[in-house]
Write a protein that binds this ligand. Structure first.
Ligand code: HEC
Length: 547
């Protein structure tokens, strides 16, 4: 109600804090306050981040429907903090806010003013929503955001001819480029100009080649209600070039991640923020570096897919040593690339599945001999021409279930006979990406359809749910022990939590732009939390709902 909001903003501050704490938290707040702007009065869903001077760890909470935010004691220790906010369209009024915490309860009110550059704050989803054109025109932009924001595309001033050259340059980078200043090169390829011309013309119609944009910037609503009842912790990794991709928390509490731009397996200790790296050998000095899929096996040892370095690596967490399974030179060529690995939960047949991106096929290695075999699951299938076997899981018989990210099927390969069965998803062009198997159901994300999906392996039937926001591009799905289905959205800086029976969903906004890939939900007490990496931002984050 408008008058109520207005009245609230006139109340003296002392009164504002006399009442109940801002929200139910486990400890009394150490730092709290109210966020207001002239335009809105008290503001709900503003993310407030506190970072101690010199610390690699930042803690974020969100303001509630009265504009109040509170950091529980125990999350912040005495010291000097800088305060930052996220509320699209706004920025903090005045100079950067610093606050000194002594251990006593501290109150800091925040005033927001309109942002000077709203464009710099938009997520890729908001760019997708804002950019004029049909869904068909915009669809190829999906490929661009694997590496960077759409902002640089719409801010550019290239005409169509120049864009042809830009596009030719882009196809010669690999997505594991890490940072712009050190892009990794793909095997050189040239795409004929006529294949790029119509997209280049479209791009020149949405950028500033003919002056400033005449279209409106569309902003997603700020978080509300349950979506504000959360604590987010960000852990900066020690080099800006680290590109965390998959994240897994081990039984001892360490958080492991694959680095998709460098030859290291990383380990973060969230208890104190300390960090270690385990170097992987460089088998192919001329090929791009970095690993992608990171999976624990039944012994909680880790398997890594070695991408362009070719093959798989197993890491023994106890001895801290790698065992390498290189793709043998006979079957490997320049294009060899393993992005996925699916170790079995227990030793069944001594084999581990992976993929061969270079041939858009599946491979399987015999652990004892190190020998790989190749299976082309699309050899006899009339399923369209574009295929990318990507996310994969195994069942109790070590049969492989894989998602065709280029197309729209879930495929099964029988471990004994290598017979292939394809199950098309109900939605076409769904681009199923990654997910997990809980013994009964394969839960996965349909990247190209903005849906989450489930496949019951016994009944061979699908269910699908639309995610709440358009152009989210969910990458992965994780069903937790409590029946909540989680996903990281690659484009809208949000983590999704959904109840499949009712479809009820909450989206948690992150404090900064984040390109989210694999998600991992840790069910351990005292509170469930989701862990993921920002592939473009050299940080790991934890989303901890308070309900
Ligand atoms: C594989 C990674 C990758 C992909 C995919 C990618 N880019 Fe880039 N892009 C880069 C890198 C690295 C840079 C910075 C270096 C450079 O400009 O060459 C860049 C820079 C740019 C720039 C700013 C520089 C300039 O010349 O104006 C534009 C515009 C751009 N990209 C457009 C696109 C478009 C459009 C797409 C999607 C069709 C795309 N990019 C896809 C890696 C990528």
């Amino acid at each position: 109600m408008k008058w109520a909001k207005h009245l609230f903003s006139l109340l003296p501050l002392a009164l504002t804090f006399a009442g109940a704490p801002a929200r139910a938290v486990d400890q009394p707040p150490m730092l709290s306050g109210v966020v207001r702007s002239r335009a809105e009065g008290a503001m709900e869903g503003v993310l407030v981040t506190a970072r101690k001077r010199g610390s690699a760890i930042a803690v974020t909470v969100a303001s509630n429907d009265r504009g109040a935010f509170a950091f529980p004691a125990g999350r912040l220790t005495p010291g000097e903090y800088t305060i930052a906010i996220r509320a699209t369209g706004y920025e903090l009024y005045g100079a950067p806010r610093t606050v000194s915490l002594s251990g006593e309860k501290t109150v800091v009110d925040l005033a927001l003013t309109p942002a000077r550059d709203t464009g710099a704050q938009l997520t890729n989803s908001e760019w997708f929503d804002s950019i004029p054109g049909s869904e068909k025109d915009k669809r190829p932009l999906m490929a661009c955001m694997s590496c960077h924001s759409l902002e640089r595309i719409v801010r550019s001033t290239h005409d169509a001819n120049e864009f042809v050259d830009v596009l030719r340059r882009m196809v010669n980078y690999v997505t594991e480029s890490g940072r712009d200043d050190i892009p990794q090169r793909a095997i050189p390829r040239d795409i004929p100009e006529d294949k790029l011309r119509s997209f280049a013309t479209f791009l020149a119609s949405i950028n500033r080649s003919r002056g400033e944009w005449t279209w409106r910037l569309r902003m997603a609503p700020r978080p509300r209600g349950r979506a504000t009842n959360v604590i987010i912790t960000e852990y900066d990794l020690p080099r800006a070039t680290i590109a965390p991709h998959d994240v897994w928390r081990d039984p001892e509490g360490f958080v492991w991640y694959s680095n998709s731009a460098e030859q290291y397996l990383g380990r973060l200790d969230p208890r104190d923020g300390s960090h270690r790296e385990f170097a992987l050998p460089v088998a192919r000095p001329d090929a791009p570096r970095g690993t992608l899929d990171l999976e624990p096996d039944g012994n909680s040892d880790l398997w890594l897919a070695l991408m362009y370095q070719g093959g798989l690596a197993k890491f023994d967490r106890r001895t801290e040593l790698f065992t390498l399974f290189p793709v043998s030179s006979g079957s490997a060529d320049e294009a060899t690339q393993q992005s996925m690995v699916a170790p079995a939960a227990s030793d069944i047949d001594g084999k581990v599945w992976t993929n061969e991106v270079g041939k858009q096929a599946i491979m399987r290695v015999d652990i004892a001999t190190g020998r790989y075999e190749l299976v082309d699951p699309f050899a006899n299938a009339a399923l369209g021409s574009v295929h990318t076997p990507y996310g994969m899981v195994t069942d109790a018989a070590n049969n492989l279930w894989f998602l065709d990210f280029g197309g729209q099927t879930l495929g099964k390969i029988d471990a004994r006979t290598l017979a292939v069965t394809h199950y098309p998803t109900p939605t076409s062009a769904s681009r199923p990406r990654r997910g997990r198997f809980d013994g009964k159901t394969i839960w996965f994300a349909e990247f190209g359809a903005d849906k989450l999906a489930a496949f019951d392996v016994e009944r061979e039937s699908f269910r699908e749910w639309s995610v709440p926001s358009t152009h989210s591009f969910p990458y992965d799905a994780f069903m937790d022990a409590d029946g909540d289905l989680w996903s990281g959205n690659m484009a809208n800086d949000r983590v999704l939590r959904m109840r499949p029976e009712s479809g009820a969903a909450v989206e948690y906004l992150l404090p900064q732009h984040a390109n989210i890939r694999r998600v991992f939900v840790d069910d351990r007490k005292p509170r469930r939390s989701l862990w993921a990496g920002d592939n473009h931002g050299a940080r790991i984050f934890r989303v901890e709902p308070l309900d």
